[in-house]
Write a protein that binds this ligand. Structure first.
Ligand SMILES: NC(=O)C1=CN([C@@H]2O[C@H](COP(=O)(O)OP(=O)(O)OC[C@H]3O[C@@H](n4cnc5c(N)ncnc54)[C@H](OP(=O)(O)O)[C@@H]3O)[C@@H](O)[C@H]2O)C=CC1
Ligand SMILES: O=C(O)C1=N[C@H](C(=O)O)C[C@H](O)C1
Length: 266
């Protein structure tokens, strides 16, 4: 049994992560953390979730409880950095799903992984991790005259853009092509009007309603087009993946892992 703590437990993903930790057969919800001084502190988590029963009440993120084996963070970059420091001080393994991280944030995360085991993934669904491998195969197999674009659609509340997953897909394609992603990524065509060159990865973003998360990689040539699409229809998909990662991480040595490692894809 793996005792899991959830940071940002009052968030959209935090709530579903609490549910996932409770309903999985090999984990339990040990703690549900919210910001220090939050109004919810002391309130039973059970009143906020849709499935599972627990006596756990929301508590302050400032301290990780004794019985916690692994903590999970799906918050915002500022929250992730704070939670990373807390996990480091207590030597708690950490699963991180927060997106919108800067290159500096990533360096901080990589440094921390020299002291605690961390799984970081911009998408914890099995399907997207398979898609990551499929786009690499497509990028390597298709001739150089294909145009590559990544589209993503998410709910109206999402802040970062393009999504972490869209960038993960684009970076996988760039790696397979031997390109420097920063050099080939095009985020805004209106600022640099030109005919598309073959060494480009364009990104398009839509925000609206309650879309959970949809991603398509387009490989468009003269005469044919390959579209590789993944559609998530429930946040529980990500939460179950993160809880699976937490159980996997419990006894691992220090290091930085991804969902590809958890799934045994590499
Ligand atoms: N990797 C994956 O598979 C997935 C990743 N995500 C990512 O998860 C993250 C959260 O998404 P979502 O649940 O929709 O967002 P929400 O806005 O619903 O929740 C954010 C949570 O983070 C907390 N938080 C924000 N800033 C801080 C801070 N500085 N200190 C402490 N806590 C903080 C919020 O607390 P408060 O309410 O007090 O502000 C809240 O609990 C995003 O980065 C999203 O992209 C989402 C789905 C899947
Ligand atoms: O914010 C979300 O909701 C999601 N964020 C992740 C991302 O940025 O890719 C993963 C998923 O698509 C949902």
């Amino acid at each position: 049994m793996t005792n899991i703590a959830i940071f940002g437990a009052n968030g959209r993903m935090g709530k579903v992560l609490c549910e996932a930790a409770l309903i999985s057969g090999n984990t339990s919800l040990a703690a549900a953390y919210v910001r220090d001084q939050h109004d919810l502190i002391g309130t039973k988590v059970q009143h906020f979730i849709n499935q599972g029963e627990t006596g756990v009440a929301f508590s302050t993120e400032a301290v990780i409880a004794e019985d916690v084996d692994v903590a999970i963070d799906f918050t915002l970059p500022a929250g992730m950095k704070k939670h990373l420091a807390t996990a480091l001080a207590r030597k708690t393994p950490l699963v991180i799903g927060t997106t919108g991280l800067t290159a500096e944030d990533m360096t901080e995360l990589e440094q921390a992984a020299k002291h605690i085991p961390i799984v970081f993934s911009r998408n914890f669904s099995v399907g997207i991790n398979l898609l990551e491998n499929l786009v690499k195969q497509a990028a390597k197999t298709l001739s150089d005259d294909v145009d590559i674009e990544v589209f993503e659609l998410h709910h109206r509340h999402k802040i970062d853009a393009p999504s972490g997953t869209a960038l993960m897909i684009g970076e996988a394609i760039a790696q397979a092509k031997g390109w420097d992603h920063d050099e080939v990524a095009v985020f805004d065509r209106s600022q640099d009007e030109h005919e598309k060159s073959q060494k480009e990865i364009g990104y398009s973003v839509m925000r609206g309603g309650d879309i959970v998360g949809e991603h398509t990689a387009y490989f468009a040539a003269e005469g044919e087009r390959l579209e590789l699409t993944h559609k998530a229809s429930s946040k529980m998909t990500f939460a179950k993946g993160a809880v699976r990662a937490a159980a996997w991480l419990k006894d691992k040595p220090v290091g930085l892992y991804t969902m590809q490692d958890v799934l045994g894809f590499r």
